[in-house]
Write a new protein. Structure first.
Length: 98
């Protein structure tokens, strides 16, 4: 897939991006900061990686969701990551707490 090649994503990167895209409180901007993918590219990657029905459910879930877009969030929401994530750094490594 062109997006995987364009961004040189490993299987681990792809898994993490999908995980972040499913998290309600992780904005698309966090994925862009960490992996360089714009929202449109995340949507394409999700469509390519998921079964059609699962992708449709995900799109319906995130479409218009305020928590998935930093600009649409309430000013009181200052965190940049889900509670399930460790600190986001620009080294492309972020792991969930177990």
């Amino acid at each position: 897939m062109k997006i995987i090649e364009k961004y040189k994503l490993s299987d681990t990167d792809i898994d993490r991006i999908i995980n972040m895209a499913w998290e309600d409180r992780t904005p698309f901007e966090a994925i862009e900061t960490q992996f360089g993918l714009k929202e449109a590219d995340v949507i394409k990657l999700m469509k390519y990686q998921m079964r059609l029905n699962s992708w449709k459910k995900w799109r319906a879930r995130v479409q218009g969701r305020k928590t998935k877009h930093q600009k649409r969030r309430a000013k009181s929401v200052t965190r940049f990551k889900s509670k399930m994530q460790k600190v986001i750094t620009n080294n492309r490594i972020s792991k969930k707490k177990h």
